[in-house]
Design a protein around this ligand. Structure first.
Ligand code: FAD
Length: 337
C-alpha cells in the first residue's frame, strides 16, 4: 500500500479545480482496498472515480482512494440476454463500447457519459430516455468502516432520478467494486424516442438502426451540445431538473405560457432546469473564471482558474434568481465536496 501526501487533484476532477488531497492512494483490486481500510487509521476515506460529478471546494483532509479496479466479463448468456459485469474502476464509456463490440444492447443511449462504472449506480446515470436502473442487475461494494463485502440488488439500491441509496442514507459509506448489468444479445429493443436521436439517424439516412448506430448518434449529439472537459472544465449538468406538483406547474404556466415541461409520473411535472436558468439571463454569463455555458445553461464551466467556492457562489446566485422568478429551488446534481 503506497499512500502519497499532498497530491494535487486538479487532473482528477473534470472541473479542473485545484485542490489537494492530504493523503492519496489508488486501489486495483478489492483485496487491495480492504488492505488499505484495515491499515488506515485516519477516518473514512473519500472514494474517487473519474471525478466527473464532483465540485471540490477546498483541500481534502481525508484519505482519497481512487478506484482503479478493472475487469469486464460476460458472466452468462441465455434466451437473448447477457449478464455482464465490470470492475468499479473501468471507464464507463469504454465499457459501453466493449459491450457494443460484443453485440450487447441496452446501454447504447448512455454512450459518452464520463466517469467510472463504479460511480454509475451512485446517481443512477441517465441520458436520452435510458437510466442505469433499466439494465441494472446487482453490484458488489465494500463497507468502508468494516472492510466487509456486500451485494446489493436493484431494490436495495433504491434508484430514483439521479439518486440511489449511495447518494442518500449510505452516502460515503461504501466503495462499489463491481457492477453487473442485464443486456440483450438480440433482438435488441432500441430506444430512439428522443427527437434528437431520430433526427440524427434520419439525417444519416439510416432506416433500420443498430445499437451501434444509436451509440454513434448519441455520441454525435452529446459532442455538439456539451463542453469536452479536456477543453473546458465542467461536471456536466450542475443541477437536477426539478419535478413539481401539477398544481404548482399550472400556476406557473399561467404566468409563463412557453414553459417547457414533461410528465414525470405521480402527478409531477418535470421542468428543465436549463430553461429556468436561461430565462433568468444566466446563459453565457460568467463571474471571473466561473461561467454558465453558452450552449447549455445547465452546465457550469471553469474557464481557467476558477476555484470551487467561486463556482459554488455562481451556482448559489443562479439558485437564488430562479427561486425569485419561478418559486422553484434548484438542487445540485453534482456532489459538492
Ligand atoms: C461532460 C459531462 C457530461 C455528463 N453527462 C451525464 C449524463 O448524461 N448523465 C448522467 O447521469 N451524468 C452525467 N455526467 C455526470 C458524471 O459523468 C456521472 O455522474 C458519473 O457517473 C460520475 O462518475 P465518476 O467516476 O466521475 O464519479 P466521481 O465524480 O469520481 O464521484 C462522484 C460521487 O460518487 C462517489 N463515488 C465514485 N466512485 C465510487 C465508488 N466506486 N463507490 C462509491 N462511491 C463512489 C464519489 O465519492 C462522489 O461522491 C456528466 C459529466 C460530465 C463532465
Amino acid at each position: 500500500m503506497i499512500i502519497q501526501d499532498n497530491i494535487s487533484l486538479r487532473h482528477y476532477n473534470t472541473f479542473g479545480i485545484e485542490a489537494k488531497a492530504r493523503h492519496y492512494t489508488e486501489v486495483y483490486s478489492t483485496s487491495e482496498l480492504q488492505e488499505v481500510l484495515q491499515q488506515w487509521k485516519g477516518g473514512a476515506p473519500f472514494i474517487l472515480g473519474g471525478g466527473s460529478n464532483i465540485l471540490l471546494t477546498g483541500d481534502l483532509g481525508r484519505l482519497v482512494v481512487r478506484n482503479c479496479i478493472k475487469g469486464r466479463e460476460i458472466v452468462r448468456k441465455e434466451n437473448g440476454k447477457a449478464w455482464v459485469a465490470a470492475g468499479g474502476g473501468e471507464n464507463w464509456h469504454d465499457f459501453v463500447l466493449w459491450c457494443l463490440e460484443n453485440e450487447l444492447g441496452g446501454i447504447e443511449n448512455l454512450s459518452l457519459i464520463p466517469g467510472t462504472v463504479g460511480a454509475a449506480p451512485i446517481q443512477n446515470i441517465g441520458a436520452y430516455g435510458v437510466e442505469l436502473r433499466d439494465v441494472f442487475h446487482s453490484l458488489e461494494a465494500v463497507e468502508l468502516s468494516s472492510g466487509m463485502e456486500h451485494a446489493f440488488g436493484r431494490e436495495a439500491c433504491r434508484f430514483g432520478y439521479r439518486e440511489s441509496i449511495f447518494k442518500g442514507p449510505l452516502k460515503g459509506q461504501y466503495c462499489i467494486t463491481r457492477v453487473m448489468v442485464e443486456l440483450t444479445t438480440g433482438p435488441h429493443h432500441l430506444n430512439t424516442s428522443y427527437g434528437a436521436i431520430r433526427e440524427t439517424l434520419e439525417n444519416w439516412n439510416i432506416k433500420e438502426p443498430t445499437i451501434q448506430d444509436v451509440s454513434r448518434a448519441v455520441t454525435a449529439i452529446r459532442s455538439s451540445k456539451l463542453p469536452d472537459p479536456a477543453v473546458l472544465g465542467n461536471s456536466g449538468s450542475f443541477f437536477k431538473n426539478p419535478e413539481i406538483p401539477l398544481i404548482q406547474f399550472e400556476a406557473l404556466q399561467a404566468r409563463f405560457p412557453n414553459i417547457i415541461h414533461y410528465p414525470a409520473g405521480e402527478g409531477l411535472i418535470k421542468v428543465p432546469a436549463g430553461w429556468l436558468i436561461e430565462q433568468c439571463g444566466w446563459k453565457g454569463q460568467r463571474i471571473g473564471d466561473a461561467g454558465c455555458y453558452e450552449k447549455q445553461a445547465l452546465v457550469l464551466v471553469n474557464y481557467g482558474t476558477a476555484s470551487g467556492p467561486e463556482v459554488l457562489e455562481l451556482a448559489q446566485q443562479i439558485v437564488d434568481s430562479v427561486e425569485q422568478k419561478f418559486g422553484i429551488r434548484l438542487a445540485p446534481e453534482v456532489n459538492v465536496v
